[in-house]
Design a protein around this ligand. Sequence first.
Ligand code: HEM
Length: 212
Amino acid sequence: MANSELKQRKHGTDTPLDSDVQPEHKRPRTVRPGASGRAEHLAYWKIVGRIVLTLVGLNFCLSYLITESFLWGHESKWTNYRNYIPRTQQVYTLSELAKYNGADPDLPLLLAVKGDVYDVTDGWGFYGPGSTYHIFAGRDSSRAFGTSCLSREDHLTHDTRGLSERELAGIEGWHRFFENHQRYVKVGTLKLPPIDPKSPIPPPCDDAKPKP
Ligand code: HEM
């Protein structure tokens, strides 16, 4: 026995000697208990995964063939890819927002409700110059959304003093409309100037139109 081997043996019998250790390729292969079970389990879930993916794919194709939409015609904010693109929210002043009223066709069309600014460029037919709801473009018309007053300039304001519960609920409803609209996107908020409590409250509107 060589000297170095003797030294190793003296230090304990459990320690394998360098000469005892077989090279990797000569060691017998051991099958760990349960390994084959796990492999079967994995194969099973792979098959299940493929079946699910195939069914989902078929569902999209069938939906597109029948309704020309991948989700059976369902439309909501969450089915619009644009809502998944992270976008920096800007803080606008009233005069900045006014620039986005459609006068410049190269700029997006924006409007605000309750201080939240929405890009409604896709609704150019509603809000663009010359269209019925152009009055809402480039401003916060929360009051008019609550009072249904489209004819008075002093209702095209964020001043909601003196409104009834019903009118305030109307504003909430429109806010939800823009917030959840499939094609409109929130682009920022408005830095609203405080309302002077001494200023007169806009009088009710004679020709307030009922919301359809
Ligand atoms: C006589 C009452 C009214 C009638 C008959 C009427 C009718 C309509 C119609 C037919 C549309 C088009 C809907 C579509 O194609 O999806 C529309 C859109 C709209 N209406 Fe009215 N409306 C009335 C009153 C009002 C009032 C009082 C407000 C607000 C205070 C209002 C705000 C809007 C807005 C914001 C849109 C555009 C919706 C969009 O962006 O998709 N309407 N209205």
